[in-house]
Ligand binder design. Structure first.
Ligand code: LRH
Ligand code: MN
Length: 430
């Protein structure tokens, strides 16, 4: 398999740390043994855990005010895949890449598929885009897309989504994520029922074009780019639309798309209880849709979300929603942020496996709130880093991906190979 980080450097990096990791791992093994947990069963699950990376996440992100491009930014989908291959090689947790169309539209899908496969990468959910107007586009999405009052605009948006599905089939993807920014900036500007009805008709037409083994994931968002109302504003609207549309139409939860302090782990439980929890866009935020690194602001919330997911999987071990990172890296090296974030999501998952569910259920049934929350904190407060390090070591990754990446000089090398385009500063998330 092709790799862009020297194997000797990776092995030397690991060799220096292996003894320390093994000693930490054995100490944790002994500690877990005392509470009847076999660490190797946890390690196996940690090694299986994966989360997809967003193709648009390896470029430098920005805000509406400015974007400060980093060195060696990828200039096309092939360079984006090169960077994604480095993230996968060192983290061993991100073998899938989620594409955004038209940003990543390849001239030859087969060539792109082979380019990814040389790195052991495959394609996760496809993302359509009817929140920007493309050059030469017939109808504008200024006042919406799938919900627009004008039928011609809705049909154009429907056709785009169907086209993305067809492209995704050639690339081996198995899902379409639909996020629309459709909404209004003024009270009275949009008819809530009519716009939602347009959405339902449009999304049903896209759904009817879906291959039998595909899922469609509807992504809700509280605001932005619309600042008064958004057609798919919350999990309720998303759930209703998914229910109305069909069995393989599910809801996707982007953590940053909720008002501050909303109980997202309860939304996860609700959607799963009614069979409509299809996937996640992991990130973190303090105020709005900040798209900050997962676990960087509120790691306990991330743990509580996985606590719900592990509880759900206790009933149905085959249940596996789509997991993807959806972040904007404005001030860090995107490769470092994505490797670190993948490990933070993996950490939340591993900690959720260490919750004593029998004890928790007992405390819940007997209304012992102190011991109930303490049983969650007991798992959350465990340092599971040795399990994550051992998982990477066993699967050919780096014990410490960020320091190995820095030692590799990859960023300096691509900075030379990819001279910056002085005109491409601008603003916006990508
Ligand atoms: C919208 C969103 C959506 C993507 C976009 C890049 O805020 O989360 O998932 O299409 O970011
Ligand atoms: Mn998202």
């Amino acid at each position: 398999m092709k790799q862009l980080i020297d194997q000797n450097l990776l092995q030397e990096h690991n060799a220096k740390q292996e003894a320390a990791v093994t000693s930490d791992y054995n100490a944790l093994a002994e500690k877990l043994d005392r509470s009847g947990v076999r660490i190797d069963t946890i390690l196996e699950q940690a090694k299986q855990f994966t989360v997809a990376v967003p193709s648009w996440g390896v470029g430098t992100g920005g805000t509406r005010f400015a974007r400060f491009p980093g060195k060696g930014e990828p200039r096309n989908i092939f360079e984006k895949l090169d960077d994604c291959s480095v993230i996968q090689l060192l983290s061993q947790a991100t073998p899938a890449v989620s594409l955004h169309i038209p940003w990543d539209r390849p001239k030859d899908p087969n060539e792109l598929r082979q380019y990814a496969e040389q790195y052991g990468l495959h394609f996760d959910a496809m993302n359509s885009n009817t929140f920007q107007d493309q050059i030469g586009q017939e109808e504008s999405y200024k006042f919406g897309s799938l919900t627009h009052t004008n039928k011609a605009v809705r049909e154009q948006a429907i056709a785009h989504n169907i086209d993305v599905v067809e492209l995704g089939q050639k690339l081996g993807s198995k899902a379409l994520t639909v996020w629309v920014g459709d909404g209004s900036n003024f009270p009275g500007q949009q008819h809530f029922k009519n716009s939602f009805s347009h959405y339902l008709d449009s999304i049903k037409t896209v759904y009817n074009s879906l291959p039998d083994d595909w899922n469609m994931l509807l992504e809700h968002k509280i605001f932005e780019p619309a600042f008064y109302s958004t057609v798919i504003q919350d999990w309720g609207s998303s759930y209703l639309a998914a229910k109305e549309t069909g069995e393989r139409c599910l809801s996707l939860v982007d953590l940053g798309h909720h008002a501050p302090n909303v109980n997202i782990e309860m939304i996860v439980s609700r959607l799963a209880q009614f069979g409509k929890l299809g996937g996640f866009h992991f990130n973190d935020s303090k105020y709005g849709d900040d798209d900050l690194d997962s676990g960087s602001i509120n790691p306990y919330q991330l743990f509580l979300i996985f606590n719900e997911l592990t509880d759900i999987r206790a009933q149905d071990p085959s249940y596996r929603p789509f997991y993807m990172l959806d972040q904007s890296h404005n001030v860090t090296d995107p490769i470092e942020s994505l490797m670190y974030s993948a490990a933070e999501v993996q950490r939340a998952f591993v900690k959720s496996l260490l919750v004593d569910r029998q004890a928790l259920t007992q405390y819940q049934e007997t209304n012992d709130p102190m011991m109930a929350q303490a049983s969650l904190k007991q798992a959350y407060n465990l340092d599971v880093e040795p399990i994550l390090q051992m998982a990477r070591l066993h699967t050919g990754g780096a014990i410490d991906p960020v320091s190995c990446y820095r030692a590799s000089g990859y960023r300096a090398a691509v900075a030379k190979a990819r001279p910056a385009d002085p005109n491409k500063t601008g603003s916006g998330i990508v």
